[in-house]
Design a protein around this ligand. Structure first.
Ligand SMILES: Nc1ncnc2c1ncn2[C@@H]1O[C@H](COP(=O)(O)OP(=O)(O)OP(=O)(O)O)[C@@H](O)[C@H]1O
Length: 361
């Protein structure tokens, strides 16, 4: 089977405001039926990237190609309606004076009976059959959101650009709407660029995550890879709380509460940071000071004292001060585990889940 065709191809996209670069030489490719989540902290340039691709913001440099056709470069700026893009924003604003059917059919220039059939089919697709004659104010937030999706899809855009489209919805609605939206977009074979600052949303929705920082994409990959092989400490920290064990690499080894770690590739005397997520620290009991008998995979156990334990619903977080050097670590345990402060417990570290980075990066 041949790979799906590329729908969006962006190269060298650059934009500065007042001399300050906001998007800096950004490149990106999205194939038909693929969802790429542009994920990053507030202000890193996600919306500006999306707006340049949509055609509502000029670019200083670079090129945007949609379905093989250049729609923007230094000398060319096609308007949004000539780019075959669908847009969905947080404040998706349906036209209040129009019915649901008129809203969905708004961008269609086809003959009346074709248009009516397309509108009905889309309303059915987003589970709103029979809603055509209603007005937006008669609909719930989730229903309005699905009308907005149908409206954006009506002209069969090659590329769908979505900027935090679910953040106005309450939590209980959100997961359902995300799943419906994803299903519909996959069915239509649209290439999707979804901007979000929520890692959970990117992990849930993306075939690919493009992690953005200060105007640049710092890492691209499947959700699994971006989560499990972060390029640096900040990339690891973007997805969950992290523990950082600091040390000095000597003879390609770094001493930690959990014994010596292999840290090859770091200069003699270089400061390193060993990063581990709280769920990859395993807790065991003290057994009158004898501690556990770890398997080779569990690594070396180290003793610590509980300083605080919190219940967060799906998990409990337990904070420790380590006997070795007083360093602070946090372990996450599924369900309820609330040892009293002062309790001695042992921690084991999944070495294959640790990331080693040069300090300060
Ligand atoms: N038209 C503009 N004029 C001047 N500065 C702008 C303009 N648009 C955006 N900026 C600035 O560019 C930076 C990036 O903005 P952008 O909206 O792209 O970030 P973002 O990653 O989408 O953030 P958020 O998640 O908060 O929306 C911000 O510092 C913003 O203030």
């Amino acid at each position: 089977m041949s790979p799906p065709p590329v729908r969006l191809h962006v190269t060298g996209l650059t934009r500065a405001f007042g001399g300050q670069p906001v998007v800096d030489d950004l490149s990106l490719t999205i194939a038909a039926g693929q969802v790429t989540c542009l994920l990053g902290p507030s202000g890193c340039g996600k919306s500006t990237t999306l707006r340049m691709i949509a055609g509502v913001e000029p670019l200083d440099n670079g090129r945007v190609v949609i379905d093989g056709r250049v729609v923007a470069d230094q000398g060319l700026h096609l308007p949004p309606e000539a780019r075959s893009v669908g847009l969905m924003f947080q404040d998706f604003a349906l036209f209040p004076h129009m019915t649901v059917a008129q809203n969905v059919g708004f961008g269609l220039r086809d003959a009346r009976d074709y248009k009516a059939r397309r509108v009905d089919a889309l309303l059915e697709r987003v589970n709103l059959t029979g809603f055509g004659p209603k007005h937006p104010h008669q609909l719930s937030g989730g229903e309005q959101q699905r009308v907005a999706l149908a409206r954006a899809l009506a002209p069969r855009p090659r590329v769908m650009l979505m900027d935090e489209p679910f953040s106005g919805l309450d939590n209980r609605l959100r997961d359902g709407i995300r799943d419906t939206t994803l299903e519909v977009l996959k069915d239509e074979g649209t290439a999707v660029l979804l901007v979000t600052h929520e890692p959970d949303e990117a992990l849930r929705m993306g075939d690919e995550i493009a992690l953005m920082r200060a105007g640049r994409i710092v890492q691209r990959g499947s959700p699994y890879n971006v989560y499990n092989a972060p390029v640096d400490r900040a990339a690891a920290a973007f997805f969950s709380d992290i523990n950082v064990i600091r040390g000095t690499s000597r003879g390609a080894l770094t001493n930690t509460p959990f014994g010596a770690f292999l840290t090859p590739g770091h200069a003699e005397g270089a400061e390193v940071e060993i990063v581990i997520r709280p769920q990859h620290l395993k807790i065991d009991f003290d057994r009158a000071g004898r501690g556990p008998n770890p398997t080779p995979q569990d690594g070396t156990a180290a003793r610590g004292t509980v300083t605080r334990a919190r219940f967060l619903g799906r998990e409990s977080l337990v904070d420790f001060a380590m006997d070795f050097d007083g360093s602070r670590l946090t372990a996450s345990v599924p369900n309820v585990f609330l040892p009293k402060p002062g309790t001695a417990l042992w921690l084991m570290i999944r070495r294959d889940r640790c990331f080693v980075f040069p300090a300060g990066r």
